[in-house]
Structure formats: structure tokens, C-alpha cells
Write a protein that binds this ligand. Structure first.
Ligand code: NAD
Length: 469
């Protein structure tokens, strides 16, 4: 019997890999997906999904604490971390079962093991069950993802020094927690464990927390965190980390140049990612990596002849699940010979699920100016939004629109406040369709909603001031 040749073999089953598999099957290809760990990759197992499940418990807890203002009295309120973890585990299981179902429905063969590129059109798999197998493929997609980056010289031990993966399976709420790094992971876990009752601080090397967001968003988050009792230290340099049996002592130089020592029960290191690009046969296959180990691709995700790469293991940013999925679809459609449009990486929405939430798409005000635009800005606070008041969440937050004064095109939408991770869909659509402030104004926003704040910000953008302010 001649060896089976798959149309496509994918290494890695995260939101990049498994979505690529589904799309390829839809296009009539025979597909195998190689996965050494659990189906669904980081996102479903130890990333987006479990974090958001725990953050929902955190938000609910905070809301119940505020119950009195809504006439809801709860006596003897308590929090059970194990219960929250159980909810998280159930959500993860339902999600990963969903991927298994999708693979079956689309007749994608799942091969459990470690995949390596092994010569043209070949993927060698060290099977989890023992033994090995070589898969022959017309095309290959590398979707091996990334892992948490440790602080130089300090290993993750799962006890005192935690990665985000470790922080998702604690058996008790830390007495005190320090997050190094105030990107998405740092602020999400800070927010979560503060709601669960920990003393929390966050240290960021760059001059402001959530440094990829608009400056005003960073400033608003500092205020909101301050009120929640979360200490933030931006522009700080971590000098040393001393891991003891009972505590971790972090010595840092603060923004004012003074040295400080912080002693905490547990440390979360959230300083970015390392790509999973070692030991998968890339060099021999002619796949180029950049200095930090991320795979270089062209605009159609091609990394070498017959090899595509997508998701967190590639150099293109942002490293987000929805970007990985979009790259998966793009790669598959390209290798299938369909007409494709390269991804516009500048128009991918980013959502951070701290409390208050943050969401943005496009250029911040500062970046738009750096790029030479004559910028105009429209802003509207949630304090003047009826629905935010109804929810009891009008204290912090706003919608900020950044547009080009010359042609009116919207360049960016930035939000912090209640449920903005849902509201940002309007921003994504607006930027993709090259909306202007004027065209946004012609969209009549329903009342009472949180997204009315977008219409009000558009009014401020076009007429200098909002209506309900
Ligand atoms: P990140 O790159 O988003 O943030 C890391 C932060 O750590 C940066 O602000 C950086 O300046 C800071 N930093 C680096 N070295 C430092 C040091 N020595 N001292 C102090 N600060 C330091 O990475 P992350 O938060 O670890 O997240 C990893 C990846 O996962 C990112 O790509 C992120 O976008 C993604 N992620 C996304 C979400 C979401 O979309 N909601 C949630 C979690 C993670």
C-alpha cells in the first residue's frame, strides 16, 4: 500500500492550528494535526479561556460586594478559590472537547506527539503513546505557539515564582502578589487576585502600565487600580530577585531613582513570551528565525517552500489568539490557491480583561502624531453614560477616538470601562471600512447602551463637544 500523503499537516492545535485545520477541511483537503499537549493550545488550556473564567468570578465577587447599592444584601459573603477553579476547569474542558468535536466533524486526523519537520513534505512525530510515525504532506503549517518568558536567572518554580500557567492553578489566594510586567497578563492577574483578596502590586519597566495602550488609558487604569488598592510602579528597574522559603524579595530602582525592596509571598513573572521554535527541525527545513527566535514569514504566512507558520511562533505582532486564527485562515486559503488579502496588523483589536476592562484598535494619539498625522481627538466619559450608571460602573473610563484631521478617517478607538471588550467590535468594523468620524455619527447608537459613548465621542470628534456632557 502506498504511503498516505496529506494535503496539509499542521504542527500545533492552538487557535492558529485548529482553525487552520477546520478551514482546510472546509476546502476539501485531507488534514492531520500534530499535538504534543492538550488540544486547543495555550489559549484554551492555560491562556485566554481559563483566565477569563477566573476573571468572571472576580468581577462577580466585586459586584456582589457592591450589592447593597442595588438593594441586594448578602450576609456572610465568602469566596472559595477551589469553586472558581472548578468553574474554570469546566469551561476549559467544554472548550477543548469542542476542538476535539470539530476535528472529528471535519475528519481531521489528530496525531498525539511531538512533531518535527523532517525533510521536504515530511513531519516526523515522536508519539506520546510511544513509537514514532512520519507523516507525508503536500504542505505544512507550523503553529507551535509560545510559552511564558522567565525573568533572567530566576526559574519558574510554581510555588513562589509563578508563570501565568502556574497562577491559574493555585490552591490558595496568595497573601501578597507582585506582578513583574504590566502588559495584559500582569494587569489581568493583578486585577483577579486583588478581587480574590490578595495584596497586589505591579512593577513595569516602561514609563507606564499597559504601555501598548493610549497614554490616557494607562493613566485611567492607574487611578482605577489605586482605588481598588492595587499598587502600580512604572518606570521601575528590577535589580534582583531573592527567592526564599517563605517569601520573595524584589529589589528595584523606582522611577525616582530610589531603591526599594518589596517582600511578597508570591511573584508573578509576566514579561512576555518565548517562541516554541526549538527542536522542531526549522533550520534544516530552511525556515528563518529572527534574533529572538520568532519565525519570519511573508505576507501570506509562507516561511519556506511548502512551509507556512502562524500565531505566537511567528515574528508578526500582536501575539493574540484571534491574530493566530486569522493567519491560519490566510495561510490555508493561500496554499489552496484562493485569492487572499494580507492581514492589516494595525487594525487588530486588543482586549484586556482587568477591571475596568481595556479595549483598543488602531493608533493611539501619540503614535498617530509620530506617524505624521494632523490628529483630532474626541472623548466621552462613562460617568455621563446612563447605562454605565445603571450598572454602577460609571466612576472610571471613557471612549477616545483618534482621527486624521485632513480626511476625517478614524485612526484609532481606545476604551477603558465597563464591558469595553465587547464594545470594541464597532471600532474594528469602523477601521476596516475606513470610517470617518462623520460616518460614525451617521450610525445612530441605541439608548440606553454603553456603546452610546462611541456615538458621543464621535460627536465630540466632529463638533468639538459631546451632547450629554
Ligand atoms: P506583554 O509583552 O504584553 O507585557 C510584558 C510587559 O512586561 C511589558 O509591558 C514589558 O515592558 C514588561 N517588562 C519586560 N521586562 C520587564 C522587567 N524586567 N521588569 C518589569 N517589566 C518588564 O506580555 P505578557 O503580559 O507577559 O503577555 C504575554 C503575551 O500574551 C502577550 O503577547 C500578550 O498580548 C498575550 N496576552 C494577551 C491577553 C489578552 O489579549 N487579554 C491576555 C494575556 C496575554
Amino acid at each position: 500500500m502506498s504511503e498516505r500523503v496529506y494535503d496539509l499537516v499542521i504542527i500545533g492545535s492552538g487557535p492558529g492550528g485548529y482553525i487552520a485545520a477546520v478551514r482546510a477541511a472546509q476546502l476539501g483537503m485531507t488534514v492531520a494535526i500534530v499535538e504534543a499537549g492538550a488540544l486547543g493550545g495555550v489559549c484554551l488550556n492555560v491562556g485566554c479561556i481559563p483566565t477569563k473564567a477566573l476573571l468572571h468570578s472576580a468581577d462577580l465577587l466585586d459586584e456582589v460586594r457592591e450589592g447593597k447599592r442595588f438593594g441586594i444584601m448578602v450576609e456572610g459573603l465568602s469566596f472559595d478559590l477551589a469553586g472558581a477553579m472548578k468553574h474554570k476547569d469546566a469551561v476549559v474542558k467544554a472548550s477543548t472537547d469542542g476542538v476535539a468535536f470539530l476535528m472529528k466533524k471535519n475528519k481531521v486526523e489528530v496525531v498525539a506527539g511531538w512533531g518535527r519537520l523532517a525533510g521536504r513534505g515530511q513531519v516526523h512525530v515522536q508519539l506520546n503513546a510511544g513509537g514514532e510515525r512520519t507523516l507525508a504532506a503536500k504542505q505544512i503549517i507550523v503553529a507551535t505557539g509560545a510559552r511564558p518568558r522567565p525573568f533572567p536567572g530566576v526559574e519558574f518554580d510554581g510555588q513562589r515564582v509563578l508563570s501565568s500557567t502556574d497562577a491559574l492553578k493555585l490552591s490558595a489566594v496568595p497573601k501578597s502578589l507582585l506582578a513583574i510586567g504590566a502588559g495584559a497578563i500582569g494587569v489581568e492577574f493583578a486585577s483577579m487576585y486583588r478581587a480574590f483578596g490578595a495584596e497586589v502590586s505591579v512593577v513595569e519597566a516602561l514609563p507606564r502600565i499597559v504601555p501598548n495602550e493610549d497614554e490616557e488609558v494607562s493613566a485611567e487604569l492607574v487611578k482605577a487600580f489605586q482605588r481598588r488598592g492595587i499598587k502600580t510602579l512604572a518606570g521601575a528597574r528590577v535589580e534582583s530577585i531573592d527567592v526564599g522559603d517563605e517569601q520573595v524579595v524584589v529589589t528595584l530602582t523606582a522611577a525616582d531613582g530610589k531603591q526599594q525592596q518589596l517582600a511578597v509571598a508570591q511573584l508573578l513573572v509576566a514579561i512576555g513570551i518565548l517562541p516554541n521554535t526549538e527542536d522542531i527541525g526549522l533550520e534544516a527545513a530552511g525556515v528563518q528565525r529572527n534574533a529572538r527566535g520568532f519565525i519570519e514569514t511573508d505576507g501570506t504566512m509562507r516561511a519556506a517552500d511548502g512551509i507556512y507558520a502562524i500565531g505566537d511562533c511567528v515574528a508578526a505582532v500582536p501575539w493574540l489568539a484571534h491574530k493566530a486564527s486569522a493567519e491560519g485562515v490566510l495561510a490555508v486559503e493561500h496554499l489552496a490557491g484562493l485569492h487572499v488579502t494580507p492581514i492589516d496588523y494595525g487594525k487588530i483589536a486588543a482586549c484586556t480583561y482587568c477591571s475596568p476592562e481595556i479595549a483598543s484598535v488602531g493608533l493611539s494619539e501619540a503614535r498617530a502624531r509620530e506617524q505624521g498625522y494632523d490628529v483630532k481627538v474626541g472623548k466621552f466619559p462613562f460617568s455621563a453614560n446612563g447605562k454605565a450608571r445603571v450598572l454602577g460602573q460609571s466612576r472610571f473610563g471613557f471612549v477616545k477616538l483618534v482621527a486624521d484631521r485632513r480626511y476625517g478617517e478614524l485612526l484609532g478607538m481606545h476604551m477603558i470601562g465597563p464591558r469595553v471588550t465587547e464594545l470594541i467590535s464597532e471600532g474594528g468594523l469602523a477601521l476596516t471600512h475606513e470610517a470617518t468620524g462623520e460616518s460614525l455619527l451617521q450610525t445612530i447608537h441605541a439608548h440606553p447602551t454603553l456603546y452610546e459613548a462611541i456615538g458621543e465621542a464621535a460627536h465630540a470628534l466632529e463638533h468639538g463637544t459631546a451632547l450629554n456632557l
